[in-house]
Design a protein. Structure first.
Length: 163
């Protein structure tokens, strides 16, 4: 397992920044706060867990721990994308909101790998599916998924009989 000082390519600030960019392009002209992007990022990566298209990343038993590090990685990714003028930070009452910049859609369109295409499709699906829900309602969905994983993990980790 990689240490936190050596993130995997799928969870580097560049990767999370591009995922956030895909979400914001799909949602344009809407602006999302950091918490909304954290929840949407989870839904994009693990879309299969919420009756969506096949998940972008493999189902790993310890993925529930992702939420512990996801917020900081996404924030770093947003700052990276903002430093390239792909995302704009807009001051809000309780922090910042983020919106796709003018160059975001053309930049995203230039990404043509199979993974990039699937990412854009999942981002569009997630935005369409969850746009009318509040962030707290989305959080309830993701937390139910975490609880389900925790139950499954505990069931497989439980002692069996008198072995």
């Amino acid at each position: 397992m990689p240490s936190s000082s050596h993130p995997t390519p799928f969870n580097s600030p560049l990767e999370t920044g591009i995922r956030s960019l895909a979400i914001l392009v799909a949602a344009h002209p809407e602006a999302f706060d950091l918490q909304r992007l954290v929840e949407m990022d989870y839904l994009v990566v693990h879309s299969g867990d919420v009756d969506g298209p096949q998940s972008l990343h493999a189902a790993l038993p310890m993925r529930a721990g992702e939420l512990l590090v996801r917020r900081g990685l996404i924030e770093k990714g947003l700052l990276l994308m903002a430093s390239r003028n792909l995302i704009q930070r807009i001051p809000a009452e309780d922090g910042f909101n983020y919106v796709a910049g003018d160059a975001a859609a053309p930049f995203l369109a230039s990404l043509t790998s199979t993974y990039s295409q699937k990412l854009k499709e999942r981002a569009q699906w997630a935005v369409e599916r969850f746009m009318d829900m509040s962030t707290s309602d989305i959080r309830q969905i993701t937390h139910r998924v975490f609880e389900s994983w925790s139950s499954q993990f505990q069931a497989t980790d439980a002692p069996r009989g008198n072995q």
